[in-house]
Design a protein around this ligand. Sequence first.
Ligand SMILES: Nc1ncnc2c1ncn2[C@@H]1O[C@H](COP(=O)(O)OP(=O)(O)O)[C@@H](O)[C@H]1O
Ligand SMILES: [Mg+2]
Length: 225
Amino acid sequence: MNITLTKLTKKYNGKELFSIPLLSLHQNDVIHLGGENGSGKTTLMKLIAALDSPSSGCIVVDNKERRRWRFRSGEKGVIYMHQTPYLFSGSVEDNLRYGLLNHFNDKSLIEYKVDYALQVAKLSAFATQEARTLSGGEKQRLALARAAILEPSWLLLDEPTANMDHHSIDVVAFMVDALIQQKCGIMISSHQKTHLTNICRRRLQLKAGRLLEVLDNAEFAKHAS
Ligand SMILES: Nc1ncnc2c1ncn2[C@@H]1O[C@H](COP(=O)(O)OP(=O)(O)O)[C@@H](O)[C@H]1O
Ligand SMILES: [Mg+2]
Protein backbone atom coordinates (compact mmCIF):
# COMPACT_ATOMS: atom_id res chain seq x y z
CA MET A 1 0.00 0.00 0.00
CA ASN A 2 1.47 3.36 -1.08
CA ILE A 3 0.33 6.48 0.75
CA THR A 4 0.88 10.02 -0.54
CA LEU A 5 0.25 13.18 1.48
CA THR A 6 -0.16 16.36 -0.55
CA LYS A 7 -0.34 19.94 0.76
CA LEU A 8 -1.32 18.56 4.11
CA THR A 9 -1.78 20.84 7.09
CA LYS A 10 -2.96 20.24 10.62
CA LYS A 11 -4.17 23.02 12.86
CA TYR A 12 -5.27 22.95 16.47
CA ASN A 13 -7.31 25.89 17.72
CA GLY A 14 -6.48 27.88 14.58
CA LYS A 15 -2.73 27.45 15.02
CA GLU A 16 -0.81 25.44 12.45
CA LEU A 17 1.08 22.47 13.90
CA PHE A 18 2.68 21.43 10.60
CA SER A 19 2.45 21.82 6.85
CA ILE A 20 3.68 19.05 4.54
CA PRO A 21 3.84 19.90 0.80
CA LEU A 22 4.47 16.31 -0.30
CA LEU A 23 5.29 13.02 1.40
CA SER A 24 5.29 9.66 -0.36
CA LEU A 25 5.30 6.51 1.75
CA HIS A 26 6.20 3.45 -0.27
CA GLN A 27 5.25 -0.08 0.61
CA ASN A 28 8.43 -1.63 2.08
CA ASP A 29 9.62 1.67 3.60
CA VAL A 30 11.14 1.37 7.06
CA ILE A 31 10.96 4.87 8.47
CA HIS A 32 12.13 6.58 11.61
CA LEU A 33 10.00 9.64 12.38
CA GLY A 34 12.00 11.88 14.69
CA GLY A 35 11.22 15.19 16.31
CA GLU A 36 11.04 16.70 19.77
CA ASN A 37 8.09 16.27 22.10
CA GLY A 38 5.17 18.29 20.79
CA SER A 39 6.53 18.45 17.22
CA GLY A 40 3.52 16.50 15.92
CA LYS A 41 4.72 12.90 15.51
CA THR A 42 1.61 11.35 17.06
CA THR A 43 -0.68 13.67 15.10
CA LEU A 44 1.04 12.81 11.80
CA MET A 45 0.82 9.07 12.44
CA LYS A 46 -2.88 9.35 13.27
CA LEU A 47 -3.48 11.24 10.01
CA ILE A 48 -1.68 8.51 8.07
CA ALA A 49 -3.78 5.85 9.83
CA ALA A 50 -7.03 7.81 9.14
CA LEU A 51 -7.70 8.10 12.88
CA ASP A 52 -7.74 11.89 12.51
CA SER A 53 -8.50 14.24 9.63
CA PRO A 54 -6.22 16.97 8.24
CA SER A 55 -7.17 20.67 8.30
CA SER A 56 -6.43 20.87 4.57
CA GLY A 57 -4.77 18.86 1.83
CA CYS A 58 -5.29 15.30 0.76
CA ILE A 59 -4.10 11.77 1.33
CA VAL A 60 -4.02 9.30 -1.54
CA VAL A 61 -3.95 5.58 -0.74
CA ASP A 62 -3.00 3.36 -3.68
CA ASN A 63 -4.06 6.04 -6.21
CA LYS A 64 -7.40 6.64 -4.53
CA GLU A 65 -8.06 9.82 -2.60
CA ARG A 66 -9.14 9.12 0.95
CA ARG A 67 -12.54 10.60 1.67
CA ARG A 68 -13.45 8.94 4.91
CA TRP A 69 -11.78 9.35 8.29
CA ARG A 70 -12.60 6.47 10.57
CA PHE A 71 -11.84 7.94 13.94
CA ARG A 72 -12.03 4.62 15.75
CA SER A 73 -10.91 1.92 13.37
CA GLY A 74 -8.68 3.90 11.00
CA GLU A 75 -7.63 2.83 7.52
CA LYS A 76 -8.00 -0.84 6.73
CA GLY A 77 -4.60 -2.50 6.63
CA VAL A 78 -2.89 0.31 8.54
CA ILE A 79 -2.37 -0.23 12.25
CA TYR A 80 -1.40 2.59 14.58
CA MET A 81 0.09 1.35 17.83
CA HIS A 82 -0.36 3.77 20.70
CA GLN A 83 2.58 4.44 22.98
CA THR A 84 0.60 3.15 25.96
CA PRO A 85 -1.28 0.29 24.31
CA TYR A 86 -4.78 -0.61 25.35
CA LEU A 87 -5.03 -4.25 26.36
CA PHE A 88 -8.31 -6.07 26.91
CA SER A 89 -9.04 -7.71 30.23
CA GLY A 90 -8.29 -11.39 29.86
CA SER A 91 -5.16 -13.41 29.32
CA VAL A 92 -2.25 -12.70 27.01
CA GLU A 93 -3.46 -15.36 24.56
CA ASP A 94 -7.03 -13.99 24.74
CA ASN A 95 -5.67 -10.63 23.61
CA LEU A 96 -3.97 -12.27 20.65
CA ARG A 97 -7.00 -14.36 19.75
CA TYR A 98 -9.43 -11.45 19.92
CA GLY A 99 -8.52 -9.76 16.62
CA LEU A 100 -8.21 -13.06 14.77
CA LEU A 101 -11.76 -14.15 15.54
CA ASN A 102 -13.04 -11.46 13.15
CA HIS A 103 -10.78 -12.66 10.34
CA PHE A 104 -10.60 -16.44 10.51
CA ASN A 105 -13.07 -19.24 11.14
CA ASP A 106 -10.62 -22.10 11.32
CA LYS A 107 -9.96 -22.73 15.03
CA SER A 108 -6.75 -24.68 14.58
CA LEU A 109 -5.36 -21.95 12.31
CA ILE A 110 -6.17 -19.36 14.98
CA GLU A 111 -4.41 -21.41 17.68
CA TYR A 112 -1.41 -21.91 15.40
CA LYS A 113 -1.16 -18.16 14.81
CA VAL A 114 -1.54 -17.37 18.53
CA ASP A 115 1.19 -19.87 19.39
CA TYR A 116 3.52 -18.48 16.75
CA ALA A 117 2.91 -14.90 17.93
CA LEU A 118 3.64 -15.89 21.55
CA GLN A 119 6.93 -17.41 20.47
CA VAL A 120 8.05 -14.48 18.34
CA ALA A 121 7.16 -12.00 21.11
CA LYS A 122 8.91 -14.24 23.70
CA LEU A 123 5.69 -14.35 25.69
CA SER A 124 4.96 -18.10 25.68
CA ALA A 125 5.63 -18.31 29.42
CA PHE A 126 2.96 -15.65 30.01
CA ALA A 127 0.25 -17.12 27.75
CA THR A 128 -2.38 -17.59 30.46
CA GLN A 129 -1.39 -14.58 32.59
CA GLU A 130 -3.80 -11.65 32.86
CA ALA A 131 -2.51 -9.23 30.19
CA ARG A 132 -2.91 -6.14 32.36
CA THR A 133 -0.44 -7.54 34.92
CA LEU A 134 2.43 -7.62 32.41
CA SER A 135 5.38 -5.24 32.73
CA GLY A 136 5.53 -2.19 30.44
CA GLY A 137 7.90 -3.84 27.96
CA GLU A 138 5.89 -7.06 27.90
CA LYS A 139 2.69 -5.09 27.25
CA GLN A 140 4.33 -3.38 24.28
CA ARG A 141 5.48 -6.73 22.92
CA LEU A 142 1.97 -8.12 23.30
CA ALA A 143 0.44 -5.09 21.55
CA LEU A 144 2.95 -5.45 18.73
CA ALA A 145 2.29 -9.20 18.45
CA ARG A 146 -1.45 -8.52 18.38
CA ALA A 147 -0.95 -6.03 15.54
CA ALA A 148 1.52 -8.21 13.60
CA ILE A 149 -0.77 -11.24 13.71
CA LEU A 150 -3.29 -9.31 11.57
CA GLU A 151 -0.66 -8.97 8.83
CA PRO A 152 -1.07 -5.24 8.20
CA SER A 153 0.25 -3.41 5.14
CA TRP A 154 1.55 -0.64 7.39
CA LEU A 155 2.41 -0.58 11.05
CA LEU A 156 2.89 2.77 12.75
CA LEU A 157 4.64 2.42 16.10
CA ASP A 158 4.34 5.48 18.32
CA GLU A 159 7.31 5.76 20.71
CA PRO A 160 7.37 1.99 21.21
CA THR A 161 10.58 1.88 23.22
CA ALA A 162 9.94 4.83 25.54
CA ASN A 163 9.75 2.69 28.69
CA MET A 164 11.57 -0.42 27.56
CA ASP A 165 14.64 -2.23 28.80
CA HIS A 166 17.28 -3.60 26.43
CA HIS A 167 15.80 -7.10 26.33
CA SER A 168 12.37 -5.85 25.20
CA ILE A 169 13.93 -3.48 22.66
CA ASP A 170 15.85 -6.45 21.18
CA VAL A 171 12.66 -8.56 21.02
CA VAL A 172 10.74 -5.71 19.38
CA ALA A 173 13.58 -5.20 16.87
CA PHE A 174 13.37 -8.92 16.04
CA MET A 175 9.58 -8.70 15.60
CA VAL A 176 9.84 -5.60 13.42
CA ASP A 177 12.46 -7.36 11.33
CA ALA A 178 10.04 -10.25 10.76
CA LEU A 179 7.39 -7.74 9.62
CA ILE A 180 9.87 -6.13 7.24
CA GLN A 181 10.53 -9.56 5.70
CA GLN A 182 6.76 -9.87 5.18
CA LYS A 183 6.87 -6.55 3.23
CA CYS A 184 4.98 -4.60 5.87
CA GLY A 185 5.70 -0.85 5.73
CA ILE A 186 7.01 0.39 9.08
CA MET A 187 7.09 3.83 10.68
CA ILE A 188 8.57 4.21 14.15
CA SER A 189 8.37 7.50 15.98
CA SER A 190 10.81 8.31 18.72
CA HIS A 191 12.62 11.39 19.90
CA GLN A 192 15.84 9.45 20.45
CA LYS A 193 17.93 6.95 18.51
CA THR A 194 17.81 3.35 19.70
CA HIS A 195 18.78 -0.06 18.46
CA LEU A 196 15.27 -0.15 16.96
CA THR A 197 15.50 3.12 15.05
CA ASN A 198 18.89 2.03 13.70
CA ILE A 199 17.18 -0.61 11.57
CA CYS A 200 15.21 2.12 9.77
CA ARG A 201 16.27 2.88 6.20
CA ARG A 202 14.61 6.26 5.88
CA ARG A 203 14.66 9.16 8.33
CA LEU A 204 12.05 11.87 8.60
CA GLN A 205 12.17 14.67 11.12
CA LEU A 206 9.44 17.03 12.24
CA LYS A 207 10.87 20.38 13.19
CA ALA A 208 9.14 23.74 13.65
CA GLY A 209 6.15 22.72 11.54
CA ARG A 210 8.19 21.26 8.69
CA LEU A 211 8.90 17.66 7.75
CA LEU A 212 12.49 17.07 6.72
CA GLU A 213 13.94 14.07 4.99
CA VAL A 214 17.25 13.37 6.68
CA LEU A 215 19.85 11.82 4.43
CA ASP A 216 22.68 10.11 6.29
CA ASN A 217 25.09 10.99 3.61
CA ALA A 218 28.27 12.99 3.89
CA GLU A 219 27.66 14.62 0.51
CA PHE A 220 24.23 15.80 1.61
CA ALA A 221 25.58 17.04 4.93
CA LYS A 222 28.05 19.20 2.99
CA HIS A 223 25.27 20.81 0.99
CA ALA A 224 22.94 21.12 3.97
CA SER A 225 25.44 22.99 6.12
N1 LIG B 1 -6.60 17.13 20.14
C1 LIG B 1 -5.76 18.14 20.32
N2 LIG B 1 -6.22 19.41 20.55
C2 LIG B 1 -5.36 20.44 20.69
N3 LIG B 1 -4.02 20.32 20.62
C3 LIG B 1 -3.52 19.11 20.39
C4 LIG B 1 -4.35 17.96 20.23
N4 LIG B 1 -3.55 16.89 20.00
C5 LIG B 1 -2.28 17.34 20.03
N5 LIG B 1 -2.25 18.67 20.27
C6 LIG B 1 -1.05 19.50 20.36
O1 LIG B 1 -0.29 19.35 19.17
C7 LIG B 1 1.10 19.34 19.47
C8 LIG B 1 1.73 18.09 18.88
O2 LIG B 1 1.28 16.96 19.60
P1 LIG B 1 1.74 15.49 19.24
O3 LIG B 1 1.31 15.18 17.87
O4 LIG B 1 1.25 14.61 20.33
O5 LIG B 1 3.34 15.61 19.28
P2 LIG B 1 4.48 14.53 19.58
O6 LIG B 1 3.87 13.17 19.37
O7 LIG B 1 5.58 14.84 18.61
O8 LIG B 1 4.93 14.73 20.98
C9 LIG B 1 1.23 19.46 20.98
O9 LIG B 1 1.53 20.79 21.29
C10 LIG B 1 -0.13 19.05 21.47
O10 LIG B 1 -0.45 19.70 22.67
MG1 LIG C 1 3.64 11.54 20.62
